[in-house]
Design a protein around this ligand. Structure first.
Ligand code: PHE
Ligand code: ZN
Length: 876
């Protein structure tokens, strides 16, 4: 058990470890309820630690069996073992071997941290603080050690035994039904990167030859019978390995690289050295079971975990405050990889959509925190959109400011200086400053200040002088613990679009603006552009060069113009979205949608433009989500009014552009065999968007088209979108299709997750009862995180009208589930609870209900630190 009231931990209190672990030998005797772990730690006093400090090791839920020092058993009087700590107040020497034997129960481990079982197999999850649930250890990322792991198990129960590093020995345990394997990882690593897997798994094997000619054996381990579904993951892995060599000069460094797919996992995947463990959602795909989004998710997550080998593993984090050092950087790297594999503009649009939906929302609510937090009570609650997504944006801005070459120099220097170390954000930023000679001190505010900056921009054209002046002011709204902010460095990529739709020269005085990026650094600042013979329309924040809320004086007509002509595809998308957002905001506030003519014109032009690819069109024509409208409204939000406005606008577009959508639907029909590539996925996306618009009124032919597609589909994308369209309408076809879908995919957990999600998202007052019924469905289980997220997570995060029901029943229901789940899996419970983060935007009645639900949780005795932390911060 953990401490009841975890104390706040502060970055400022960081001290180097008092003891280091030179090497560690682990011996696991796997057993369903009594796994015996013998750890031999070669401890050595850290000269940088506190003089005379005791040995203090972390532990959690361990049964201590035996302790020995240099081979001699330790008497009970010479140590103290509490639930969370093992203390040797008087270590015998400055270097000695400590042997610890513990028992752990993997079957009883429902929180899925440490050693646990999934589908009968054994696996581990140690980031951030799971290793202490395996043995007593200095469980902190700045203690790096060389691990050797012996795993022993019943050969029937666990024919496959995997560990970090390279396999050095394996065999039968004489006279028993047990066998063993010994794995050695030559690269020093912190305990959070430790992993082992034991079980009955099928292997998909391949190999990769590195740039320097070393052969690496690749293995993806999946449930028996699922081998054929690992092909895309394997292909993504090989492409990732090549790409990291080409784009960053980083080669793989072991003889083997293994991935194991498991069905019970708290997160997406984990980058354990040489042995990545994955939520099987990010490994398994077949055309019949996986959507295009699943395929791109697999490609991105496989890449992400692989890229951690350098950004995370070879260079790790000094402490958990530095989490974005590995996560933000690695997200940036996986985004770049996917951009190179697919369409760069479409990838950027998708990433920004997700950034705004998840991170901007987080930044605008009670859970806002800096990319590098300065304090935490429960680190598990900081694997957030801010650390990951905004963390990636900060790295992207660095690249925008320094240029391709400067950025690469900085990365190279970072790898050169810190390989083998546990580093900090200061180390990272200094590498770029030193490599390029730039002062990045103001830039570092991006790591320290929370909240999304607001950039106010207005332009003035002086016809006589041929100049255009941009007046810019910036501010960062107050966030928890940070009432006042300093001005940031904002790389603003821009263009001045002339009446012919072409970019005019971008000159400040006589100097061309380098790479089209100006740097906004002051609270207010003006830029005078010269040499313009006509009034330009400014295209601002191109490619979303900075993660800011831009408020400009552009007119609706300017936006229609940009949507049609901007050379920057992101801003064509954004112009259209902004027109729609303004309509939706007014519609939601007043109950009446303003005349949508400008939007219709712009949308029609995009839909008909033969130069644009389908994936882009699909993104541009999909209206901003309800969440984005709510965030833009910021206060007194009535989710029903938002939904109604959005529905009305969808009906308008669907009916006025019916001809265009009908043509797009027909043109998008598949030719030939299914392929998950980006262009094919884009065609499906546009066709399915058209299907949705054509059925939005619930007309008989719209429903019939959806039903026909549902029945004839040869791939999951087409089938599930057709089902989602039917599910939005209260028609008899809905229940029939849902039943048919369930029967068809009954044995396919990942597909049944989609079935749960789809129903949880129906915007109807009957949905809450449906969700409650589904919790009693034999296929539902609170023990499986994917299932909980699929049903309750989707209801709370992706059904704003029903989660925020006016009678408060949606909030009460989710709160109830959080409390039930908390005793089993606090991390998943805490994540679910974080869905309340937008409650302060709501109109008073709904806000009151949400607050009441949060209070009920906060006042419940015996909460996990995870849930207690989210509840407290949400209410603060
Ligand atoms: N480090 C994992 C990643 O790649 C995320 C993770 C965190 C997984 C904690 C499990 C537990 O982003
Ligand atoms: Zn990561």
């Amino acid at each position: 058990m953990r401490d009841a009231e975890p104390k706040a931990i502060h970055l400022a209190d960081y001290r180097p470890p008092d003891w280091l672990v030179e090497k560690v030998d682990l011996d696991f005797a796997l057993h369903p309820s009594q796994t015996r772990v013998t750890a031999r730690l070669a401890l050595r006093r850290n000269p940088k630690g506190a003089a005379g400090a005791p040995v203090v090791l972390e532990g959690d839920d361990l049964t201590l069996v035996r302790l020995a020092i240099d081979g001699t058993p330790l008497a009970g009087s010479s140590f103290e073992a509490t639930g969370n700590r093992l203390t040797l107040a008087h270590p015998p020497a400055d270097a000695f071997l400590l042997e610890i034997e513990t028992l752990v129960d993997p079957t009883a481990n429902t929180q899925l941290m440490g050693l646990y079982r999934t589908s009968g197999n054994y696996c581990t999850q140690c980031e951030p603080e799971g290793f202490r649930r395996i043995t007593y250890y200095p469980d902190r990322p700045d203690v790096l050690s060389v691990f050797t792991t012996r795993i022993e198990a019943d050969k029937q129960e666990a024919p496959i035994l995997l560990g970090n590093g390279n396999l050095v020995e394996s065999g039968q345990v004489p006279g028993t039904s047990r066998h063993y394997a010994v794995w050695h990882d030559p690269w020093p690593k912190p305990s959070y990167l430790f992993a082992l897997v034991g079980g009955r798994l099928a292997k998909v094997a391949d190999s990769f030859v590195t740039a320097s000619g070393r052969k690496v054996e690749l293995g993806i381990y999946v449930e028996e019978g699922k081998e054929a579904r690992a092909g895309y993951a394997m292909d993504s892995l090989k492409r990732s390995m090549r790409w990291d060599e080409e784009a960053f000069g980083r080669e793989y460094d072991l003889d083997v690289f293994n991935i194991v797919a498991v069905s019970d996992f708290n997160m997406g995947a984990m980058e354990n050295k040489g042995l990545n463990v994955f939520n099987d959602k990010y490994v398994l795909a077949s055309p019949e079971t996986a959507t295009d989004a699943d395929y791109s998710g697999i490609e991105g997550v496989i890449a992400h975990e692989y890229f951690h080998n350098w950004t995370g593993n070879r260079i790790t984090c000094r402490d958990w405050f530095q989490l974005c050092l590995k996560e933000g950087l690695t997200v940036f790297r996986d985004q770049e990889f996917s951009s190179d594999q697919r369409s760069r503009p479409v990838k950027r649009i998708a990433d920004v959509r997700m950034l705004k939906a998840a991170q901007f929302t987080e930044d605008a609510g009670p859970l806002a925190h800096p990319v590098r937090p300065e304090t935490y009570r429960e680190i598990n609650n900081f694997y957030t959109a801010t650390v990951y997504e905004k963390g990636a944006e900060v790295v992207r801005m660095l690249k925008t400011l320094l240029g391709e070459e400067g950025f690469r120099k900085g990365m190279d220097l970072y790898f050169e200086r810190h390989d083998g170390e546990a580093a900090t954000i200061e180390d990272f930023v200094s590498s770029f400053a030193d490599a390029t000679g730039r002062d990045l001190s103001q830039f570092s505010l991006w790591y320290a200040q929370s909240g999304t900056p607001v950039l106010n921009v207005s332009g003035t054209y002086d016809e006589a002088a041929g100049t255009y002046r941009l007046d810019i002011s910036q501010s960062v709204p107050p966030t928890p613990g940070q009432p006042e902010k300093k001005p940031m460095v904002i790389p603003l990529a821009l263009g001045l679009v002339g009446p012919d739709g072409r970019d005019q020269p971008l000159m400040l005085g006589n100097t061309p603006v380098e790479r089209g990026v100006v740097e906004v650094k002051e609270a207010t600042q003006s830029f005078l552009f010269t040499g313009l013979d006509a009034r330009p329309v400014p295209s601002l924040n191109r490619g979303f060069s900075a993660p800011v809320n831009l408020v400009s004086d552009l007119t609706e007509a300017d936006r229609v113009f940009l949507a049609a002509h901007d050379a920057d595809p992101f801003n064509r998308f954004d112009a259209l979205q902004r027109i729609a957002l303004e309509l939706l905001k007014t519609g939601a506030r007043t109950g009446t949608l303003p005349a949508p003519d400008a939007l219709v014109t712009a949308a029609r032009a995009i839909l008909a433009d033969p130069a644009l690819d389908a994936a882009f069109k699909a993104q541009a024509l999909a209206l901003p989500g309800e969440g984005e409208v709510a965030r833009e409204l910021a206060r007194e939000v009535d989710p029903d009014a938002v939904f109604a406005a959005r529905k009305a606008l969808r009906v308008t577009l669907g009916t006025t552009l019916a001809e265009g959508f009908t043509a797009a639907y027909a043109a998008g029909a598949a030719s030939g065999a299914f392929s998950p590539d980006a262009a094919s996925a884009g065609r499906r996306a546009l066709r399915n968007l058209a299907l949705d618009y054509l059925a939005v009124t619930g007309s008989a032919d719209g429903i019939a088209r959806a039903k026909a597609q549902f029945e004839a589909a040869d791939n999951m994308t087409d089938r599930i979108t057709a089902l989602a369209v039917l599910a939005q309408h209260d028609v008899p076809e809905r229940e029939a299709a849902l039943d048919a879908f369930y029967r068809r995919f009954e044995r396919d957990a990942l597909v049944i997750d989609k079935w749960f999600t789809l129903q949880a998202q129906i915007a109807s007052p009957t949905t809450l009862d449906r969700v409650k019924d589904l919790m009693l469905h034999p296929a539902f289980s609170l023990a499986n995180p994917n299932r909980v997220r699929a049903l309750v997570g989707a209801f709370a995060a992706a059904n704003p009208t029903q989660f925020n029901r006016a009678d408060g029943e949606g909030h009460a229901f989710v709160a109830e589930v959080v409390l039930t789940l908390d005793s089993k899996n606090p991390q998943v419970a805490a994540r679910l609870l974080a869905s309340f983060k937008t409650f302060r935007q709501l109109e008073p009645a709904r806000r009151g209900h949400a607050e009441q639900a949060l209070r009920r949780i906060a006042e419940t005795p015996g909460l996990s630190p995870d849930v207690a932390d989210i509840a407290t911060r949400s209410l603060a």
